[in-house]
Design a protein around this ligand. Structure first.
Ligand SMILES: Nc1ncnc2c1ncn2[C@@H]1O[C@H](COP(=O)(O)OP(=O)(O)OP(=O)(O)O)[C@@H](O)[C@H]1O
Ligand SMILES: [Mg+2]
Length: 316
């Protein structure tokens, strides 16, 4: 008898390599926030230091959910009735957008390393916060098996947020494991990873103060991703081709707008928007631009003026 073994590269191929680009990766994360019954999913991108934050206020994940769902490849969402994703019973049932169980791996396209912070919504509003650090570049190394890679994961008691030192400790843990793997294969591979790890200086307690609506303190819940440094290509996706019709509807929409505008219905006033999306591009210290504002997409008047309209229902 024999078994299939899984190389670490598989994860890189399922995520970073098969996704069309950063806008598509973001839309995968928006879909996950929708499936987690979030009211808001918001991005803040700080160009000055390449910090990229994506935060939702959905049902979040307990540590068990995190290991059995987020850290498990091919998570079954639709097909296994016993392992259905958590639902927020206080809200109208949403049709689930998740299907394959690999969408979140696309996050590796946005930047090479991420701190995930997630707190599950619970009856008494006081579940622990689960935090994990992942550097995705390690999944590009040849000759490494998936189960050789350790993911530092910690829990913080209800209401508390990790400090910059906690993050540094997790990054250190990751570094020790990466060095052991690197020494076994070829040391050169390690340099890139070490440089990235050096750049991951992040203080979640300070970041939590940036946006009180999307905090993880107290009784708040949801899932936050802190990515640093964001991929340089993100700037091109945002700026697009600036030579034509800048900012106007007749001009060419940037790849980012094409992928993310209209995530929720802006054309039908009767439809209650299930989730509000936002992408704030902090170009400079005092200059913040909203990239996917609702009125940038087709509104109700424009919908009424359209030449053709279809009406109907969707079955299963
Ligand atoms: N923002 C989030 N909040 C809560 N749970 C999440 C979040 N993102 C992912 N998850 C959990 O992780 C699982 C895996 O997500 P992933 O996007 O990889 O797969 P999926 O959404 O089930 O399917 P697809 O590959 O079609 O997107 C989800 O089913 C969900 O249980
Ligand atoms: Mg998904």
């Amino acid at each position: 008898m024999a078994k299939f073994r899984t190389r670490a590269r598989t994860l890189d191929m399922l995520g970073r390599q098969q996704i069309a680009g950063i806008p598509t990766a973001i839309s995968e994360l928006f879909k996950n926030a929708h499936d987690a019954y979030a009211d808001h999913v918001e991005i803040d991108y700080y160009r000055s230091d390449g910090l990229f934050l994506l935060r939702d206020d959905g049902v979040g994940m307990s540590q068990e959910d995190f290991t059995t769902r987020w850290l498990t490849l091919g998570t079954e969402s639709k097909f296994d009735l016993k392992r259905k994703p958590p639902r927020d019973l206080s809200k109208t049932k949403r049709p689930m957008l998740g299907e394959k169980g690999i969408g979140r791996l696309a996050i590796a396209t946005i930047g090479p390393q991420v701190l995930v912070l997630t707190r599950a919504k619970s009856e008494n509003g006081a579940s622990d916060l689960t935090v994990a650090f992942i550097n995705w570049s390690i999944f590009e190394l040849p000759g490494v098996d998936l189960d050789e890679i350790d993911i530092p994961i910690r829990t913080f008691s209800s209401g508390s947020i990790p400090s910059a030192q906690d993050v540094a400790d997790m990054v250190h843990e990751f570094r020790v494991n990466a060095k052991n793997i690197g020494n076994r294969i070829e040391k050169n591979w390690l340099n890139k990873i070490e440089e990235e790890l050096d750049r991951f200086i992040v203080d979640p307690q300070e970041i939590d103060l940036y946006n009180r609506k999307l905090s993880l303190k107290g009784k708040c819940h949801g899932t936050h991703f802190i990515i640093k440094p964001a991929n340089q290509l993100l700037m091109d996706d945002i700026d697009g081709d600036n030579t034509k019709g800048k900012g106007s509807r007749v001009g060419k929409a940037t790849p980012l707008k094409k992928a993310l505008l209209g995530f929720s219905d802006t054309m039908n006033p009767a439809s209650k928007n299930l989730i509000k999306t936002s992408f704030r591009d902090h170009k400079k210290e005092q200059l913040e631009v909203e990239l996917i504002a609702e009125d940038d997409f087709f509104n109700h008047d424009e919908f009424l003026r359209a030449d053709h309209r279809f009406s109907g229902d969707f079955d299963n």
